[in-house]
Ligand binder design. Sequence first.
Ligand code: ADP
Length: 770
Amino acid sequence: MSDYYEKVKVQLEQMKSSGEGAEKEEASTEPDEALVSSPPASVSPFQTVHSSCPTAARQNGSKTAVTGRNRSKSRSKLGKDERNSSYKQESEYALHETLVAANANVGKPHNRIDNERQMLQIQGTGKILQGKTETNGNTVIPNQRPKETKGFSHNKEDGNKVVKRRKPVTVDTSKAKTSMEALKLSIRQLKWKEFPVGRRSACDIYWHGVSFHDNDNIVSGQVNKFPGMIEMLRKINLSRAVRTMQELFPEEYNFYPRSWILPEEYQLFSTQIRLAKDSDASLKPTFIVKPDGGSQGDGIYLIRDPSDLRVIAGSQTKQSVVQEYIHKPLLIDKLKFDIRLYVLVKSLEPLEIYIAKEGLSRFCTEPYQEPSQKNLSHVFMHLTNYSLNIQSGNFVHSNSLSSGSKRTFSSVLYRLASKGVDIKKVWSDIISLVIKTVIALVPELKVYYQADIPPGKPGPSCFQILGFDILLMKNLKPVLLEVNANPSMRIEHEQEVSPGVFEYVPSPVDEEVKVGVIRDTLRLMDPAQRKPPVSNPEQQQEEMSVEVGSPEQGPGEGGVLPSLCLKQVFPKYTKQFSYLRTVERITALFLRFLGVKGNMRLGPTGFRTFIRNCKLSNSNLSMASVDILYIDITRRWSGMLPESRESGMGLQAFVEAFFYLAQRRFKSLSLREQVVSLLEVCEAQLENQVGGGPGGPLAEDSTSSARRSVSCSRTQPGRTPHPHYASTTSQALLAPQLYSPAVQRRASSQDYRLHQRLRPPQTHKASVDN
Ligand code: ADP
């Protein structure tokens, strides 16, 4: 056990003996509840987490009145994820007022937090987080550096002395929207320079509130959003990305509940559930239905049978995900809760991932019972969304970080640790879940990235803070619920101070967690500190955990700033996870043949060229079959992605085609082995070809094959085919003008048949052990 966990143990012992221990446990019949006890108000096993993500003092005077008239507007935005937010100018002004007041208080003591900090020091974590003093007695300030670094300027001071002073990092916050307040506090703490209305010349960092495209005129610096992240994290796309990984690595990806995409998989869903119920009459599964673009629990409902699906029964034809409902969650105080963890994707190439050591736990406001027909509609019992539960009369606002309806994750871990739970294991499972999820997302993100920021063209680089929503099952296994591209970074909440009058008041828990996350993200993105990640082979062997006791040395610390509250997990743990990056290798092939023209779909010529250059065509796979394969898969995917206006073969379709080709070529192996074997064939072939990509010999090949190529029709808007159940007979899909009878004859003589579904969802066995 590490020093850190030993420390936690010792502290627990000390607290018990000093009577500082947990609140009285509630009598409970639930085994989970016996497991956990309330923590003391101000102590957590992650003491250094609190102290490493200190809350900026700004408690007083930061109230903004909201009248009953504008209440609903404010409420709909308040503290919620901002995936689809359209920010209103008025609230921006209101926020600005708040910020002015808040900033005036920066530097003033924040009593509660300061008291806690004091206690942390007394309790001897050995970490004193106030300004450190150098041996020569000078306080080290963050913008002084021992060595000359890029971005530093030389100023003459005191006559002879040359003092090197760094130019402050510039941040364009004009599009920051509801992250504004936490962002301003962070920039202030770092002594960087903020440009709230933008800047004529380039800034080092651009902070967007919603999307990469909030400002499309950026050609340098760094933007805090990746192109395509919002799209990738919609519920259907996330489910698809994870499903692809489940097909290759079912065991590794069993942290995501079994899901079906509606309406296209309705038949499959109902058939599978009917068969399961027929074979076990006692089976009473519950499912949760989530609209694709939804957030904050909007439109979510529970069902016990496919026939209850409103999406099919009613007039609604909304795209949704229906998912196994985890009916045995871990409970605390008899309540279901989930965990919001902040994850920084610092770069895609090379892949760099950081996890915040502190997160939030959001509690339901009605005691949990396993789902029954009677309680299915009890949202305060089943859904942990803050935006829903705040509307319950039972919602508890607390100034403590370890009680109330929103608490720090560390306070929850404390309670678990106090009951003997191996929290190191819990952390390690969570880290693993996060890395695997990001690995599942990276392939498609790379396609978006190349389309928006083609290599060789001027453009910014990107990073992004993601909000992972994780549920702990009763057996402590973490389950991924969803990932938010725009997790709420609000640090205040709305409170009704008198009937009809609402105020924004600081939320200590949010501030504690979120300011640290933003500030430390900025520190990591400091342009003067950008250096390629080093993957230390010894570190790779390390057990995964959040070693809060050993500070991550981040950039810019001169002693005033605490150690980073973000922990690097990738490339740190590359060794354990690199084998999962198979789809990324397929993506590299896709991108190579896609070229750099800013499109995201591979045309028939590109696909043919891929087959030719990788020498995949042979007596078993004619080029005619290749064309049919292309058309069949591309059309089906176009139907599944009706909103896409670009025609051609997208990455998901290409991956499906690749799996099909691999299965066909290497019959006796497992899918994973088949895919890796085919990758090796392709990579070896391309390695032998100088300039095999677009522009090389390939270009010539493309030109000639273009004459023979098939074209792919644009997606018909409004078409909602059910590709799984529609006939996918290749003949039916052939465009007569493009296929001569000779081609068709050749195709049928090869006995070319596509699987009805080349990647059938029923083959993925991964399902959460519920
Ligand atoms: P939204 O984006 O609308 O918040 P989520 O996927 O986060 O959608 O689901 C909302 C809430 O529903 C979650 O916070 C969680 O409490 C609950 N929930 C979601 N999926 C499941 C599941 N598979 N099993 C149990 N509870 C779930």
